[in-house]
Design a protein around this ligand. Structure first.
Ligand code: COA
Length: 136
């Protein structure tokens, strides 16, 4: 599928843990200042730990079957906070930015969150990250 046709957005099942690993490590290595996590910590995770991260929803954007972006959701465990969730791991590959992929990912994520009873999405962003601030 080309950029013109739009990306396919879908939640990754645990069977697609390699797709998750590929796009997450790409994000951390290409944009080290955009994330709290550090590439070398994630590069050393075991297969089991990578799979565990998919217990919480991770959505990817696919172009021609290849991952070019991702977005994750973290639900709160406490029952009184079940109406809240955090948006995490927001990333789109440089060459396809500005084409609406982050917007499409956010639609997929918010629809999923709403269906789970979430009323409030929260996020953190660096004050210098003007592209992300504009997007949010
Ligand atoms: C932030 C990021 C995810 C945006 O992805 P994207 O696919 O280019 O975003 P979209 O094309 O869907 O654009 C979404 C909105 O943000 C705006 N936007 C995107 N990049 C922008 C930029 N560099 N400057 C200003 N506005 C920008 C778009 O104009 C659009 O606004 P509109 O709806 O009013 O037209 C992408 O730049 C990225 O991956 N950055 C590196 C990682 C990162 O910073 N992640 C966030 C960590 S908190």
């Amino acid at each position: 599928m080309s950029i013109e046709q739009g990306a396919v957005i879908r939640r990754l099942p645990v069977e697609d843990v390699d797709v998750f690993r590929r796009i997450r490590l790409e994000a951390l290595s290409h944009e080290p200042f955009s994330f709290a996590s550090v590439f070398s910590d994630w590069a050393h995770l075991s297969d089991h730990e990578w799979c565990q991260h998919l217990d919480q929803p991770v959505f990817v954007a696919l172009l021609s079957g290849q991952p070019v972006g991702m977005m994750g959701l973290r639900f709160e465990r406490a029952r009184k906070m079940a109406h809240r969730a955090r948006l995490v791991s927001v990333y789109v590959r440089k060459g396809v930015r500005g084409t609406g992929i982050a917007t499409d990912l956010l639609h997929g994520v918010t629809e999923h969150a709403r269906n789970r009873g979430v009323l409030q999405l929260e996020l953190a962003v660096s004050a210098e990250n003007s592209a992300a601030i504009h997007f949010y």
